[in-house]
Ligand binder design. Sequence first.
Ligand SMILES: Nc1nc2c(ncn2[C@@H]2O[C@H](COP(=O)(O)OP(=O)(O)OP(=O)(O)O)[C@@H](O)[C@H]2O)c(=O)[nH]1
Length: 383
Amino acid sequence: MDAFTLIVASGLAAGIMAATMFLLYRAGSRAAGLVDWSLAGLLFFASNAVAFAASVTQVYDVSIAAIGNALYVAGHFGVLAGLRRHLGLNPRYVLLLALVLAAVLVHRTGFAQASVANRLLLFAPAIVAINGAVVWHAWHVPLMVLELLFMMQMVVRTGYIAVHRGTTLTFMGSQSLQTLGSLSVFVFLMVAGMSCALIVIRHQELALRKASLTDNLTGWLNRRALHDVAERECLRARRSGGRLSFLAFDIDHFKSINDRHGHAVGDSAICHVTALAAQALRGYDGLFRLGGEEFAILLTGSGDDTLLRIAERVRDSIARTPLYAEDKAVAMTVSIGLASCAPGDTGWEDALRRADLALYRSKREGRNRVTLDGDTFCTAAAA
Ligand SMILES: Nc1nc2c(ncn2[C@@H]2O[C@H](COP(=O)(O)OP(=O)(O)OP(=O)(O)O)[C@@H](O)[C@H]2O)c(=O)[nH]1
């Protein structure tokens, strides 16, 4: 393939990358990184457009090379910036400005002006460094492999030129080293666009999955997630002989909070109670909102004494900490039921059912208390 064909093909691949990323963004994905990757495509496209114009007009000036190379470095930086933004990091465009400025200034040196090979020697470290940074950040295998292969061909070509200093490259040369480079750029652009799109699709799939398992008011897991988590923990407990328990709780007289203060304060009350409960629990306990103002905590490996201590901590913290809404203190209490999986159980559902029954016993016996299943044990708040 001659250099001209490869420049046109790479320009098209860059244009497709820019358009695909932008259209994905416009299609409603709005995923972080898409605009940067679209910009990267545009920068690569502009770099190829400069080479195309030079080839058509036969003007092979060093200032044209300066613009083309600066745009090319900026394109690689755009891929990195998009990945950083996607990971929630600062894309560091200030660094891009510095790189572009340095790229343009470097072309004013005698060394850069002397030959195409010298310019390759000057630019290769910057491009390898940018691609290395992408590999460092990337957890996405296709992009990592692509960047590694691109870096390798860059290192091999530059190494060859550094060792064989007599190698002459021309501006639009079809020398095998240059053909290899141009071909790599073409493949890079084709695969980079696909990899970036895959990153976005995978990210959205994970976000959707998370949303389908999470209650959006409290951030706790929902009933659907309970099934998966409890099933897994139940199997683990059976294998290891460990203990699996449920703490079920319900806000007392919650309807009257809604009636007196309005639904919005009711929502804040739910968030307040779940935040206090989470603080009183251990980091590894499973937190679930089963619906309305009913909640369940999945606890593993705790004996009755520990369960009662945890439940009492939750009850006490909620009873002692009112919610302040619209300059009013909204006091709340919860009723709690505790139960553990027992040898005759057919599954974890039996234990949850017993925890629910214990919870309703707490309600019947005056609310704001903890009841342990199968026991006469019951703790109540001091009157
Ligand atoms: N603000 C708000 N209210 C909710 C939500 N989900 C359920 N509710 C309300 O919670 C109330 C539950 O009331 P009940 O089941 O009668 O229970 P309660 O008033 O807490 O009484 P006890 O449980 O017997 O102490 C209902 O009025 C529901 O409308 C929610 O997400 N936000």
